[in-house]
Design a protein around this ligand. Structure first.
Ligand code: APR
Length: 229
């Protein structure tokens, strides 16, 4: 059996593919107010504005390509049972070729019914519009977990993290909960790595190696080392 390697990723892993992060100085939350576009209240108030915000994000994702960091994680699958738990809504891990990807905050390429969360659809093309409806006649919304909403995949993520034999954190500011709390479910004695060009605060974590580099540089190097073990 291959050793279980769990990777927790955030916006930073897609930065070198040209997708903006949220909290860096040129990040999305500098340009937009979270409350206006990424909350249930925003959806109640102005559906067209929310749809437009995510339509723009979707167009960028469609144009983007997986980068060296996404590809490095694909190479790891040769020797490890790789599970990616991502906060990202883009599909770059899947398009690179990673097989096991859990999206905690939803998926930009999917829509779902605004009344029945079990009705989830692939979006054809790049736009979701007012008047696009589920099979039961309700308006479709982006398949995104908004601020103030439950994170339905969290339990599944805890179960995966608890069984990790190696754990990596790549490109996340670790400030959005419950996702950022995932690292506390990882066993104390296993090797852990954190790759991010900025200083990221993770308190009380043992066996942690911090690699202060961009994902496209630091991750391929680490993967090479792990494949050579
Ligand atoms: N390689 C690796 N990391 C990078 C790179 C890069 N090339 N460029 C930037 N980063 C790092 C930043 O230093 C920062 O620590 O990526 C991190 C991005 O942090 P955030 O913008 O806060 O993104 P993330 O942690 O994924 O945000 C969590 O917040 O608004 C939400 O729902 C959204 O899932 C998202 C959640």
């Amino acid at each position: 059996m291959k050793p279980k390697l769990v990777v927790f990723t955030g916006a930073g892993i897609s930065a070198e593919s040209g997708i903006k992060t949220f909290r860096d100085s040129d990040g999305l939350w500098e340009e937009y107010n979270i409350i206006d576009v990424a909350t249930p209240q925003a959806w109640e108030k102005d559906k067209a504005l929310v749809l437009d915000f995510y339509n723009k994000r979707r167009k960028q994702v469609i144009e983007a390509k997986p980068n060296k960091a996404h590809q490095a994680l694909v190479a790891l699958q040769k020797k490890y049972d790789v599970h990616i738990i991502t906060q990202n809504i883009d599909d770059l891990h899947e398009r690179a070729g990673s097989k096991k990807v859990l999206h905690l905050h939803g998926e930009i390429m999917k829509s779902r019914s605004s009344t029945d969360p079990s009705l989830i659809y692939k979006i054809k093309g790049s736009e979701l519009k007012i008047g696009d409806r589920c099979e039961r006649g309700s308006q479709l919304r982006p398949h995104i977990v908004w601020f103030g909403e439950m994170v339905p995949e969290m339990e599944k993520a805890y179960t995966i993290a608890e069984k990790a034999e190696i754990f990596m954190v790549v490109g996340t500011s670790m400030v959005v909960y419950p996702a950022a709390g995932l690292i506390n479910y990882v066993q104390r004695n296993i090797p852990k790595y954190l790759i991010d060009p900025s200083d990221v605060t993770v308190g009380g974590i043992t066996n942690l190696t911090v690699i202060k580099e961009k994902a496209g540089i630091g991750l391929p190097k680490l993967v090479e080392e792990l494949l050579a073990l």
